[in-house]
Design a protein around this ligand. Sequence first.
Ligand code: NDP
Length: 423
Amino acid sequence: MTNLSKFYQKTWMQRLQALMDQQLISVEQRQLLEKSATDPAVGDQQIENYLTHYGLPEGLAFHYLIDQRRYLVPMVTEEPSVIAASSHGAAIVEKSGGFYTKVTDHLLWGQIVFEQVANAEKLKSLLEQQQEKLLQIANQAHPSLQQRGGGARYLRVRFLASDLVSLDLAIDTQQAMGANMVNSMLEAVADYLREQVSTPVLLSVLSNLADQALATAVCRIPVELLARPQITGQQVAQKMAAASRLAQLDPYRAATHNKGIMNGVDAVAIAMGNDWRAIESAAHAFAVKKGNYRGLSQWQLKNDESVLEGTLTLPLPVGFVGGSTKIVPLVQLNHHLAAIKSVGELEKVMVSVGLAQNLAALQALVSEGIQQGHMRLQLRATVLAAGAQPAEVATIVTKMQQLQRTDLATAQNLLAKEHEGEH
Ligand code: NDP
C-alpha cells in the first residue's frame, strides 16, 4: 500500500518528495507542480495537504453600463465563449440604456436547530421571549461587526416537523460574506441555549439560502436590437419571452437556463475571491423556493411588443472583504480593475452579469442556436486538447471548420499532418 502517512505534517517539499518516492509522479510532473505553485507559503496556509496552485484563465468582459456607471468586469472561467457572450449581452443592454439594479440589506440567516422537541409552541414562545438576550449574546460573540453597523438584527422560529424546530437569526454581515462570523455567533447562542433549554440542539450553522441578501437587475431592450441575420428582432424577442416562460414551467429547461446565468455569476465570483459554492447553492435553493424549480430570470414583451424587459433576482451571499479576498493578490487587482468599492456594488455587477449572460444565451438559442457561436471557441479547446501549441491553433481550427468536423481524432490527424509537413 502506498505510504503517504502524516502527509499533512510534511512540508510542501517533503510532500512532493513523498509522491516521487512512491512513484506516483515523474520528475516532469514534479516540475509541473513546482512551476504552478505560484505562492507555496500562502497556499500551505490556505488549505490542507497543499501541492500546487491550479490556474484558471482570467479575462475581461466589456460594455457593462450599470445604473449609469461603466464597469470593466474581470471573469475567471475555463469555459470558452462565456466572456464573449457576456460582453455581447452587455453591449445590447448598453445600447438600450444599461442595467438598473436594486439590492436589499445584506443579511445572512443562521440556524440553531432543536431536535426531540416535545412542545414546539412552548419552545417557540420561550425563544421569542428571549429575543433581546439572544441577539445580545450573538453580537457579543463578534462585537466588531456591531461596531461597524452590522450584527444580529432579529430572529424567527420555524416548525420543520413535530419534533424539529429551527431558530433562525438574521445577521447583517456588512461588507463580508459572513459565514465564519455567523457561525461563531450562532455557536455562542447555541451554548447559552443548551444551558437554558432542556430540548437538545442538533446543530447550529449558517443557511446558504440567502433570501435576505437579494440583488435585482432589470433591462429594457428595444426589440430591433435583438435582430439576427435570419430572423427579425421582433421574432427573437417573442421567442425569448416564450423560452423564458418555458423555463418557468419545465425544471429540465430551467436547470440549463440557470446554469447559463451562473456561468457569468460564478466567473465574477471567482475573480472577486468569493465562495462560488455558497452562491450556487443560494441560487438553486432560491430557484425552487415557490415549490417548483424555475428559471431565475424572466423576459416579457412590453409597450405593444416594442420592448423586451428582462429581470433577474439573485440571492448573493458575497463579500467585499474577508475570506480569501485579502489573501489572493489578484482579487485586489480585480477590485481595482472593476473599480468596485463595496459589497453592494459587487452584487449589482454580479446580478447584471447574470442577466447579460442569460440574454446572450437565449438570443442565440432562439435564432442560430448556441453551437455556431460556441464552435470556434470550442474548437480551440479541442485543438489544444489534441496537443497543439498555441501558435498552431488558428490553422488547425480553420481546417476543422472547412471539413465541418469538431472531434478530437480529426484535430489529432490534422495536427500530425501539419507536423509531417514541417519535416
Ligand atoms: P472572515 O472569517 O474572513 O470574516 C470577515 C472578516 O472581514 C473579519 O475578520 C472582519 O474583521 C473583516 N472585516 C473588515 N472590514 C469589514 C466590514 N466592513 N464588514 C465586515 N467585515 C469586515 O469571512 P466571513 O465571515 O465573511 O466568511 C467567509 C468565508 O467563510 C469564506 O471563505 C467561505 O468560503 C467560508 N465558509 C463558508 C461556508 C458556507 O456554508 N458558505 C461555511 C463556512 C465557511 P473583524 O474580525 O475585525 O470583524
